[in-house]
Design a protein around this ligand. Structure first.
Ligand code: GLC
Ligand code: CA
Length: 559
């Protein structure tokens, strides 16, 4: 059953899935809804609360489905509308919600709107897109896909005009100055919500409107429209959410939350590379600095924290120096780079060092926000840098050591992409089945951390205060919510570290380690000394002393 709390997303653990990559139900080499339904038990076992599905709409797949040719259909290879509804029912029955990508900014050039628009200046759909007779209009807007595009304008010989696109040239931008476009997208949204979806991950929201003389990002008109989208949700679809993809600095993302009347959630893009910088340099400053620069958000809003997703690990929100550092550290081979970023998965980025993988996951599980896991990262899947574009991080999920990693029983040559088969990350060594069979695997660890996180609303809802002990290699923060106080300690260094904490404020309480329930020495007025193994971490519950000398919240046996 689904929780009834309208703020459910504040405590939720999210999981990102590409339908085509997860499980193939009909043996054609492409994942589908039928396959996905069969894996819901796994997601429930893992403790996932909400799935985010990448676009599954009809598409020429030149941008892996973000080039939508019809917003109101399911691509044939993934299944039927009935199967989508069945999938939603089955997910909901297991207490799992589902949000999907809503690609507001653009369509495929194969969408009938564009086909009609380009056919003649008199076409009723002409005004659905942004046209110009020259390629200098809106010249201040940057180019996002710098690997492939030279301009945000492309000449269309059929239309005899240039059309505007912020992404690939086969993805013309919709014209949000046109009320019909605004209406059509509201209807698209309503259509999917009526099927039972729990909300949307809204793709590329900063770029909806364009205005001469600006960088054409984050414009006030864009926020006005997004607030209208939100009103529609609040009126007719209580409990559904909007999650913003706005790859911007925190001060520019902040307005997407409005006064709690725009997006419920937004990804924290700039934090992500700083988590990697922190663990690579063994220095907590990049992480704390990013929080210092992150404004408060309204109480009904939430950050979404991630380590990886289906795109390159973006370095857009980095200085030149930081970018060089990230490339030097994590992508020395130019084959690993895409646009302004690195197209690799979590485990290979961290050289498959289980300690670092746990540490970074521990950070996204305990910093303010809701964590999202990219499919396959829970078992430490690898990538394939030889594949084009961002395909290297979109290979089939590895379920077993059987043919095609258990993803599909098809002839391996038919797979939509080859399954990773190298000696370290290949499906014979990295797969769900074998990690489920042993108690101390990465998968079991992830399951355990998710479980513990869910026992304490302070992780999703608590305030954060950073402590600044003298040892700068150790990142320490306190999360407080109602009468719970959690103390989170992370050693970012690759060697053992001591740390002396000033915990006077909590004198008398007893830290209880959340994973093993071991009681640590009681906090006093004196400096509290902890030692941490290389990349070690503690999740401690500061349990106040009970007037009768007992402790709240823990079983007597655990004491
Ligand atoms: C978003 C998606 C990315 C896609 C782009 C254009 O950034 O995450 O995969 O290529 O939008 O639609
Ligand atoms: Ca299939």
């Amino acid at each position: 059953m689904l929780s009834t709390d309208p703020l459910w997303y504040k405590d939720a653990v999210f999981y990102e899935i590409h339908v085509k990559a997860f499980a193939d139900g009909n043996g054609d080499g492409i994942g589908d809804f039928q396959g996905l339904i069969g894996k819901l038990d796994y997601l429930q076992w893992l403790g996932v609360d909400c799935i985010w599905l990448l676009p599954f709409y009809p598409s020429p797949l030149k941008d892996d489905g973000y080039d939508v040719a019809d917003f109101l259909q399911v691509a044939e290879q993934y299944g039927t509308m009935d199967e989508v509804r069945h999938f939603l029912d089955e997910a909901h029955r297991r207490g799992i919600r589902v949000i999907v990508d809503l690609v507001l900014n653009h369509t495929s050039d194969q969408h009938t709107w564009f086909q009609q628009a380009r056919s003649s200046p008199q076409s009723p759909k002409r005004g659905f897109y942004v046209w110009s007779n020259n390629d200098r209009t809106y010249g201040k807007a940057r180019i996002i896909f710098i690997d492939t595009e030279k301009s945000n304008w492309t000449w269309d010989p059929e239309a005899k005009a240039f059309y505007w696109h912020r992404f690939f040239s086969h993805q013309p931008d919709l014209n949000y100055d046109n009320p019909e476009v605004r209406q059509a997208m509201l209807e698209t949204m309503a259509f999917w919500l009526d099927q039972g979806l729990d909300g949307f991950r809204c793709d590329a929201v900063p770029y909806l409107f364009e205005r001469e003389g600006t960088i054409c990002e984050n414009l006030p008109e864009t926020h006005t429209y997004l607030k209208e989208v939100r009103r529609k949700i609040d009126v007719a679809y209580q409990g559904r959410i909007l999650l913003a993809e706005a790859n911007q600095w925190p001060t520019d993302v902040r307005p997407y939350f409005g006064d709690g009347d725009e997006f419920h959630m937004a990804f924290h893009f700039p934090l992500m590379p700083r988590l990697y910088m922190g663990v690579q340099s063994g220095n907590r400053d990049p992480i704390i600095d990013m929080f210092t620069h992150t404004p408060e958000i309204p109480p009904n809003c939430q950050w979404c924290l991630f380590l990886r997703n289906h795109d390159e690990l973006t370095l857009e929100m980095c200085s030149g120096e930081e970018r060089d550092y990230m490339y030097y550290t994590y992508a020395r081979d130019p084959k690993m780079r895409r646009n302004i970023g690195i197209a690799r998965r979590l485990a290979p980025l961290l050289e498959n060092d289980r300690r670092k993988i746990e540490l970074l996951n521990s950070l996204v599980f305990t910093l303010p926000g809701s964590p999202i896991i990219y499919y396959g990262d829970e078992i430490g899947m690898g990538d394939n840098v030889q594949l084009k574009d961002r395909d290297g991080v979109r290979t089939p999920m590895q379920w077993t050591m059987d043919r095609n990693g258990g993803f599909s029983n098809c002839d391996p040559a038919r797979l939509y992409l080859p399954v990773v088969a190298d000696p370290i990350y290949g499906y014979q060594s990295v797969n769900v089945e074998s990690q489920k069979a042993m108690p101390h695997t990465l998968l079991q660890w992830m399951k355990q951390m998710i479980k513990v996180r869910k026992q304490h609303p302070a992780f999703g809802r608590g305030t954060i205060t950073f402590l600044r002990p003298a040892n700068g290699r150790v990142l320490v923060y306190v999360r407080r919510h109602e009468d719970t106080t959690l103390l989170l300690v992370h050693n970012l260094a690759g060697s053992a570290q001591p740390v002396e904490l000033d915990l006077k404020e909590f004198a008398g309480s007893t830290p209880v380690e959340l994973l093993g329930e071991a009681r640590f020495p009681r906090v006093t007025e004196r400096p509290y000394v902890l030692t941490l193994a290389a990349y070690g971490y503690y999740w401690l519950n500061l349990v106040p002393e009970h007037p009768r000398g007992e402790f709240y919240g823990i079983e007597q046996t655990a004491l």
